[in-house]
Each structure stands twice: as structure tokens, then as C-alpha cells.
Design a protein around this ligand. Structure first.
Ligand SMILES: CC(C)(COP(=O)(O)OP(=O)(O)OC[C@H]1O[C@@H](n2cnc3c(N)ncnc32)[C@H](O)[C@@H]1OP(=O)(O)O)[C@@H](O)C(=O)NCCC(=O)NCCS
Length: 116
């Protein structure tokens, strides 16, 4: 299930976000974490089964929820968790359209194609 980020999950969240190609630079990653912690429109969710193994970060617009980051622990990939995170995000925000940005569009469109 998706849970909202809180400060006690900082290390695990940073580890997960660091798998994004755009977050390889530590300064960039720290800036990203700061935005998720301080800016209302930046919202970070974590995927929790027994452990926390995924992260999805969004930017809330008036009508859209833009996926900026999506990442799964490499040990748990290819099990459908990425796809489930997008589905739950859509269920959580039924009043808005969930869309990708340039960094997440490849996987997002792959999921859309699979569900057609
Ligand atoms: C992208 C990511 C979150 C997918 O997580 P996952 O839990 O393994 O995804 P799922 O199991 O739901 O789906 C797996 C499918 O997505 C495909 N896929 C994985 N990464 C992809 C990508 N970057 N672009 C397009 N498709 C991708 C896999 O090839 C697989 O396809 P198949 O079902 O035809 O074999 C994970 O690979 C990851 O953390 N990558 C590093 C971070 C990243 O690059 N994020 C941005 C992606 S655009």
C-alpha cells in the first residue's frame, strides 16, 4: 500500500529516489528531498509491504497529479510494484488526471499500454 512520506523515512526515501537517473547527484537529491518535505504541492508516497520498497513522488497541480519520481528497490523489480503504485495513485486522486513528466513517461506509458 501507498503511505505518505514522513521525516522518519528520510534515509530509505533518499535511497529509493537515488535510483532515478535525474537524482544521481547528491546535491540534486538533497534539494529534491527538501522540496518533498517543505513544499505543499510536492508529495512523496512510499510503497510498504512488509518493508518500504518503493517510492513515487508527485507535483500537485489544479487538475493534474504529475509523477516526477518513481522507483522500486532493485531486489523487488519485475513484480508489478511500479504498476501498482501508479494504480493506487490514480485511486487516491480520482478527481485529477495522473500524468507523467519527462523523467517518468517511459514507464508510465508502458503501464498504460499494458492496461489497454
Ligand atoms: C521503473 C521502475 C519503477 C519499475 O518498477 P517495477 O516494480 O519493476 O515495475 P513493474 O514490475 O510494475 O513493471 C515491469 C515492466 O516495466 C518495464 N520497465 C521497467 N523500467 C522501465 C522504463 N524505464 N521504461 C519503460 N518500461 C520499463 C519492465 O521492462 C517490465 O516490462 P515487462 O512487464 O514487459 O517485462 C523500476 O525499474 C525502477 O525503479 N527503475 C529505476 C528508476 C527509474 O528509472 N524511474 C523512472 C522510470 S521512467
Amino acid at each position: 500500500m501507498l503511505i505518505r512520506y514522513k521525516k522518519s523515512f528520510e534515509k530509505i526515501a533518499m535511497g529509493l529516489l537515488s535510483f532515478m537517473p535525474s537524482e544521481k547527484d547528491i546535491k540534486q537529491l538533497q534539494q529534491t528531498m527538501k522540496s518533498y518535505e517543505t513544499e505543499d504541492r510536492w508529495q512523496l508516497y512510499l510503497w510498504k509491504d512488509e518493508d518500504i520498497i518503493g517510492a513515487v513522488g508527485v507535483y500537485m497541480n489544479e487538475d493534474t497529479v504529475e509523477i516526477q519520481h518513481i522507483s522500486v528497490n532493485p531486489s523487488y523489480r519485475q513484480e508489478g510494484i511500479g504498476k501498482k503504485m501508479i494504480k493506487e495513485l490514480k485511486d487516491l486522486h480520482k478527481d485529477k488526471q495522473v500524468i507523467p513528466n519527462a523523467s517518468t513517461s517511459n514507464f508510465f506509458h508502458k503501464c498504460e499500454e499494458d492496461s489497454e
